[in-house]
Design a protein around this ligand. Structure first.
Ligand code: GUN
Length: 282
């Protein structure tokens, strides 16, 4: 039997409707929620992501400002921009689009962002809060995955969740969120031995590897929930980390690419921005 497809677009749409109501209530109380996005250079994928974020803000009634810096911008110039956004009381959320050009010190820039404006949840203060079970900003993509599981009433407690990928943006926070929801969590990565043996034990399998069609049907337990976080461009077409054809024949649930997790990431960014404007994390 073919897997049930998880419709991230539909879940994100209804979340965004709720968020735009929240935004208008905030505006009526005299607070204009405001996200500032810093984009350095000309990376084509980053430009698309930033445009999508801008459009989503406008649609939800959230103010968005994009600060564009040249590809060869100096570290100091970027840090000055972040410092001025930190100091600007009219800016609630700050997002520095990654990856930055190679000559810039990404970790240093992320550390500079005020943790209370860190709507990406990449600051060590917020990853520490997540690890300790304290409220803070949670990275948008893994947060979106949890909301999708919730929206489809997929139980997490006591289940074996396997996350493939250990990035700070997805893999590690994803594992922490699943753990906080009482899953038994295994993190796999590029050095994991006998990967398929482990993934076949997963009730919930999250693929965040960044390699097209990496997870195949033989790596999946029949009936498992498979979440595809990958966005890979192959011959101009967007494909995930999961080989849709073979996995959809085995899995119980599957997120398609596009139309799965991607839409949720932006919805969570809007939610985090409204939280920031409402004083979350202070
Ligand atoms: N680049 C790819 N995904 C992301 C993200 O979620 N946030 C930022 N800042 N950059 C990214």
């Amino acid at each position: 039997m073919a897997a049930t497809l998880i419709d991230g677009r539909a879940v994100a749409r209804s979340l965004k409707e709720e968020l735009s109501v929240r935004a208008s209530e905030m505006i009526a109380r005299g607070v204009m929620p405001h996200l500032a996005v810093v984009l350095v250079g000309e990376n084509p994928a980053s430009q698309v992501y930033v445009r999508n974020k801008e459009n989503a803000c406008v649609k939800a009634g959230i103010r968005s400002t994009v600060i564009r810096l040249a590809e060869d911008c100096a570290q100091q110039e970027l840090e000055d921009v972040v410092a001025s956004l930190n100091a600007d009381g009219g800016v609630h959320g700050i997002l520095v689009q990654l990856p930055l050009p190679g000559h810039l010190d990404e970790a240093r820039v992320l550390r500079m962002i005020d943790p209370n404006k860190d709507v990406d949840g990449f600051h060590a203060m917020n990853s520490g809060r997540l690890m300790n079970g304290q409220p803070g900003f949670v990275p948008c993509t893994p947060l979106g995955v949890m909301k999708l599981l919730e929206a489809y009433d997929i139980p997490v407690r006591g289940k074996h969740a396997v996350v493939i990928g250990r990035s700070n943006i997805v893999g590690k926070p994803m594992a922490m969120l699943l753990l906080a929801a009482d899953a038994t969590v295994t993190i796999c990565h590029s050095r994991t031995q006998n990967l398929a043996e482990i993934t076949r034990q997963a009730d919930i399998l999250v693929a965040a590897v960044g390699r097209a069609d990496f997870v195949t049907g033989d790596m999946v337990k029949p009936g498992a929930v498979v979440i595809d976080v990958g966005i890979n461009r192959v011959e101009g077409k967007l494909v995930g980390d999961v080989d849709f054809e073979s996995v959809s024949a085995v899995a119980g649930y599957l997120t398609p690419v596009p139309g799965g997790v991607g839409q949720m990431t932006i919805a969570m960014l809007l939610a985090n921005t409204l939280d920031a404007a409402g004083g979350r994390g202070e």
